[in-house]
Design a protein around this ligand. Structure first.
Ligand code: ZN
Length: 193
């Protein structure tokens, strides 16, 4: 089952035989207040990224109602093209719970995951993905591709988008505005995510 939830509107767009775990289903039915609470933490991570000169994108992984992994975009700080918020949060969560299989977890990200991060999601298997705002340029969940919808692993995912979307997008807009004005000191130059 792949179900799509855009802000307060629950809109099923694709169905496969339902094999979703109970925990994932519970997560899917969690209140938007809960989503907003965890997205707020992801936004905190995004702010930290901006303070360090990286594009403000943050992510957290939640298991059993508590945060088990956090990440923020650190491409510039670490000079690592793979240091996206979601990748770092998934890695931290696997280390935190002692299992790379994150089936019962939820991934929150301020921005729609890219191709690389969608690949990591397929491998780590958090069945509920919640993101703030779409990325028309590189998003691979809904914008440029739908990599989670029909995947080679035959895994079921649910996606919720639009949680605190204006805050998530506003951070990016504000950052790129400062970048254009030359108000951002970036450790690795002026390119990157
Ligand atoms: Zn990414």
């Amino acid at each position: 089952m792949f179900r799509w939830c855009c802000n307060a509107i629950f809109h099923p767009i694709h169905h496969t035989p339902a094999t979703m775990t109970g925990a994932a289903m519970e997560d899917a039915l969690a209140s938007f207040a809960t989503h907003e609470r965890f997205m707020s933490v992801a936004i905190e991570e995004a702010r930290l990224a901006a303070e360090a000169g990286d594009v403000p994108i943050g992510a957290v992984v939640v298991h059993d109602g508590r945060i088990v992994g956090r990440g923020r975009n650190q491409v510039e700080v670490l000079n690592d093209p793979t240091a996206h918020a979601e990748i770092l949060a998934l890695g931290a969560a696997a280390a935190g719970i002692g299992d790379w299989r994150l089936d019962a977890c939820t991934l929150y990200s301020t921005l729609e995951p890219c191709t690389m991060c969608s690949g990591a999601i397929l491998l780590a298997r958090p069945r509920l993905i919640v993101y703030g705002t779409r990325d028309p340029r590189a998003g691979a969940v809904s914008s440029t591709a739908r990599l989670l919808e029909q995947n080679p692993y035959n895994l079921d995912f649910e996606v919720v988008e639009g949680i605190l979307a204006s805050e998530c997008a506003g951070l990016l807009k504000e950052f790129f505005g400062r970048l254009r004005r030359g108000d951002v000191e970036r450790p690795g130059g002026d390119k990157g995510r």
